[in-house]
Design a binder for this molecule. Structure first.
Ligand code: C5P
Length: 297
């Protein structure tokens, strides 16, 4: 038996760091939004074992890959111990890009195997398992738009705004999340927490005001190390983005647009220098999950 499903990318419309915790993680508040750039997962039942294949060179296919670890976690924590899976992964979402591609893949494996192996686990049970895999994984099981607190794994689903356009610009190099957080501890200064304002403008679908308040506490540090990020931000602003920001720990910079034509024009202008993709915000799981997964169990 086989199952094919897509897994989306995410952006952080706001990311506020409170403090570093005793366990090494950072306590934060973040506004997470899925966007319509997808990887593809094909899951095929095997009698035992986990096999992972990926179409993109450089992506690990061993137990360091989150998709592999997600399958292993389900094998360990359920009656599925004697079941196996072959996972074929087609990557469209760049990795090390702050778009949560690997986390989305892991969430997709949890959702897909729950169905394929008929484990009957609820979405919230899967989300609690997902937190063991990474801070961003539970989001991909929870809602297209959510407020994340704790290390990002505690989620409050938000009503998505009307769709708007998100132009993703990938500078061509990855940024290591752990490097950013490690270096951050020395550089924290007093910062305003804008999350509730962002939340309000998002609920009003006010893209212009939302754009004017986008912010990310990790951004200054990443720009200092990779000045090209600032060049991309300036270009996006020059091409009429309502707001521009580094996503998560980078390296992707995104611009938000109300007008699809303007997003396309900006994309065409920036394409010569960087990899650019026009996406839109995702407002429902039904946009990318097959019915048999969506309605299960
Ligand atoms: O949870 P995840 O494995 O995705 O996190 C990757 C790294 O990012 C962690 O090892 C940690 O260094 C850092 N991190 C953090 N605080 C968070 C989330 C991630 O310090 N809230």
């Amino acid at each position: 038996m086989k199952l094919t499903l897509k897994t989306p990318a995410k952006i952080n419309l706001g990311l506020h760091i409170h403090h570093k915790r005793k366990d090494g993680y950072h306590e934060l508040e973040t506004l997470l939004q899925m966007v319509s750039l997808y990887d593809e997962l094909e899951l095929e039942s095997l009698t035992s074992g986990i096999e992972l294949e990926c179409d993109t060179p450089g992506i690990p296919t061993d137990d360091t890959n989150l998709a592999y670890r997600a399958a292993h976690l389900l094998q360990k924590t359920s009656k599925a111990g004697d079941r196996g899976v072959r996972i074929r992964l087609k990557k469209k979402i760049p990795s090390g890009a702050g778009l949560g591609g690997g986390s989305g893949n892991a969430a997709g494996v949890l959702l897909g195997l729950n169905r394929l192996w008929d484990l009957k686990m609820s979405r919230s049970h899967l989300a609690s398992l997902a937190a063991e895999l990474g801070s961003d994984v539970p989001f991909f099981l929870t809602a297209p738009c959510a407020l994340g607190t704790g290390r990002g794994e505690r989620l409050e689903p938000l009503t998505p705004s009307s769709k708007f356009q998100v132009l993703l610009v990938f500078p061509g190099f990855p940024v290591s999340t752990s490097w950013v957080y490690q270096d951050l501890k020395l550089k924290l200064t007093k910062r305003e927490n804008n999350i509730s304002i962002l939340r309000k403008f998002l609920s009003q679908s006010d893209v212009a005001r939302l754009g004017s308040r986008l912010y990310n506490d990790l951004e200054p540090l990443v720009i200092q190390r990779f000045p090209e990020i600032q060049v991309i931000k300036d270009q996006l602003k020059a091409h009429k983005a309502e707001g521009v920001l580094l996503s998560g720990s980078g390296s992707t910079v995104f611009g938000i647009f109300d007008d699809p034509e303007q997003a396309k024009t900006a994309c065409a202008e920036l394409k010569g220098d960087w990899e650019c993709i026009v996406t839109e915000t995702v407002v429902s799981f039904s946009e990318f999950l097959p019915e048999k997964v969506l309605a299960y169990p």
